[in-house]
Design a protein around this ligand. Structure first.
Ligand code: SF4
Length: 289
């Protein structure tokens, strides 16, 4: 079934350049490889405590096994996306002074990275919401939230003192408003194709849904691990926080989904026929396999 909706983009909110929310590893002090910890698992070959450099980190902040992360058991590194927080903390909050040049900076730099990553993720979603809402009140709310987040990120002490949970709650509320607005445009087109099982947080692990129309589905937080979504149309579907690990996305239309991230794509399997939003990239492992 084709998905029908008024999906043109219009908003009075100036569009935030989402390119600034993409990782720029060349301007980052490898904060994901130091600040964060990980446990030995199918995604990481080793245990690494938070706040310590990974054993594979080079002195110039590059990764010594960058070209063979997956075969060496570091799939998690190829999935992670900092939303541009790494370069923002390294260059803006710490003016290019690394934790290596001044080890005393680490005690604030690493916690700040964790906070800024969450704030950048919120900005990423708000930018998308701004481009999709037609409601001037919602646009205004988005603008105010963006300004509040950008102001908070201008000062290290503000970043460290920020109530991230409260900010997250405010952002989530407006994201859901836009989700309802967008999804209702699909569902109002006479769509009765959605099953009762397609609900937020649904357990759809391994589910075979090949070539189905999932337009306008509210799949936020759904467990789509290893689900077969090949050839599906997910236009207008809310994928906020959906777990797409090992989901099969070959030939699926994801070009008009809501709240899809690069990390979700990196964790999934697709191919050159999968349609993506213009801001997101085809993961290298999709095209090499
Ligand atoms: S394996 Fe490479 S990319 Fe992964 S944490 Fe270690 S240095 Fe960073």
């Amino acid at each position: 079934m084709p998905c029908i909706s008024n999906d043109s983009t219009a908003s009075s909110v100036p569009v935030l350049d989402r390119q600034s929310l993409r990782p720029d590893c060349g301007n980052c002090f490898a904060l994901c490889c130091t600040a964060l910890g990980f446990s030995r698992s199918s995604d990481f070959a080793i245990d690494k405590p938070a706040g310590t450099p990974c054993q594979n980190l080079n002195s110039d902040f590059s990764c010594t096994i960058h070209d063979s992360l997956r075969p060496r058991g570091f799939r998690g590194c190829t999935v992670f996306d900092c939303f541009g927080a790494g370069q923002s903390v390294s260059q803006d909050l710490f003016q290019g002074l690394s934790w290596k040049a001044d080890p005393g900076t680490a005690k604030d730099m690493f916690p700040a990275f964790k906070v800024v990553r969450q704030l950048h993720e919120m900005l990423w979603f708000l930018a998308e919401a701004a481009g999709k809402t037609f409601d001037p009140d919602t646009s205004q709310q988005i603008n105010e939230l963006r300004r509040a987040i950008e102001d908070a990120m201008g000062d290290l002490q503000q970043v460290l003192a920020l109530d991230v949970g409260a900010m997250h709650g405010r952002v989530r509320s407006v994201l859901m408003e836009v989700s309802e607005e967008v999804r209702s445009a699909y569902l109002a087109a006479g769509d009765d194709h959605l099953d009762a099982e397609l609900v937020p947080g649904a357990d759809l692990m391994g589910r075979k849904m090949k070539s189905r129309s999932l337009c306008g589905a509210d799949l936020r937080g759904a467990y789509l691990i290893a689900a077969d979504l090949r050839g599906c149309n997910l236009s207008g579907a809310n994928l906020l926080g959906a777990d797409l690990r090992d989901a099969r996305l070959g030939g699926a239309d994801l070009s008009k989904t809501l709240y899809l991230t690069q990390a979700q794509l990196n964790a999934a399997h697709g191919d050159a026929l999968t349609l993506l939003p213009s801001e997101l990239d085809y993961p290298a492992h999709w095209l090499n396999s």
